[in-house]
Design a protein around this ligand. Sequence first.
Ligand code: UD1
Length: 437
Amino acid sequence: MHKFRINGQRRLRGSVQISGAKNAALPALAATLLTEDPVMLRGVPPVADVRTMSKLLGHLGSTVQVLEETPQGGLTVALRGGRPDWTAQAPYELVKTMRASVLVLGPALARTGQARVSLPGGCAIGVRPVDQHLAGLEALGAQIDLEHGYVTARADRLTGANFRFAQPTVGGTENVMMAATLARGTTRLENCAREPEIVDLAALLVAMGAEIEGAGSATIEIEGRESLHGADHRIIPDRIEAGTYLIAGLLGDNEVRVEGALAADLLPLLNELDAMGADLQILEEAIVARGSELGPREVTTAPHPGFPTDLQAQFLLLGTQVDGVCKVHEKVFENRFQHVPELNRMGAAIELRERTAITSGRRPLSGAAVMATDLRASACLVLAGLIASGVTEVDRIYHLDRGYQDMELKLQKLGAEVERIGSNSRRGLERAKLAPA
Ligand code: UD1
């Protein structure tokens, strides 16, 4: 199992290139099931979750071919959706490692009339049910059966309908929007999630011939089509990865230019950082963050355009380096503070009160052996190691590899002393295997 060993308190200087958004790439990969034509996706990040989705698509009969890897590390991937066969189900072994596997349900159902996907297992950051995905598909006329840990959805042809999500859900909005592109008639989805990744998925679907209006707002209307066709689409930059490096730039005496960071997608973070007095320079396709004396702030995570839960852990770490008390309320997931005990072992002195974390003024951190528990918590612990005195070892870095491309290489380029240690150093090989045999 891999670990990161970090020798802290090195000054970060220079620029870092942001990869394509994992959370946009995963639904885009699933969307290729909607057509038998080839779909070209550019800027796909070669991260573990993309490999899992690619394996899953291979399992469902798609061919996935990596055509090119750019110097920035983005992949150009050609996919041909085959004709997914519902007996070729999405198995638990794949689905348990990645909740986003459930995104194949809507497109496979819409295309073939039947789909079978293992229910996602328990997850370290909360219960995370898929009831809204299923209710949306039911509204379009699917018959849903749950048995033996699998969900089976059937419908000869989906029919457009009005459906209101009980709460905004990113994956749910994506799943039902994809299914509705092949339904008969008009679908109107209300209380939709509004994340930039949903807008990116809609752009891909429109390029494939779908008719969609309102993606990025709470109401999305989809006029169903008989079939969709191939397309060539570039995935948007990863705003969460960008936000993570911006926070790294604001720590200590650092200066980091985050290439590919799109201010429009990052506004919920930038507004908070600005209010804290952060030294940020916003350029057209980059943002520069410089080490700053920051004031305290209280933030609450919420669906977009609220403060992203995926930056909560990294922001909390920043909060431990601020004069004054910061409060972070986590309202999206019920169990997303597992980084707090680890940060406290490094000296952070954060108090947890139910779903609120409260810092206690600026705290020097000292290196320790810590354990990553989920994707974003891992990133937070790596940032903590960068500013801590002495050596930090972050264990279970496989969580980080699910969503951050080559984080140690990107940090090394900025001047950090961080190395990957552990038995397995086959990451290059794993990447070459992205295309299923
Ligand atoms: C996506 C992101 C993830 C991010 C999250 C919230 C991907 C691949 N992952 O996850 O990185 O942290 O959005 O921004 O894009 N819920 C229900 N019923 C449902 C669906 C969701 O109750 O059917 C709840 C969840 O338990 C959670 C909240 O709604 O409390 C938001 O979840 P959701 O937006 O669906 O997150 P994901 O799409 O899984």
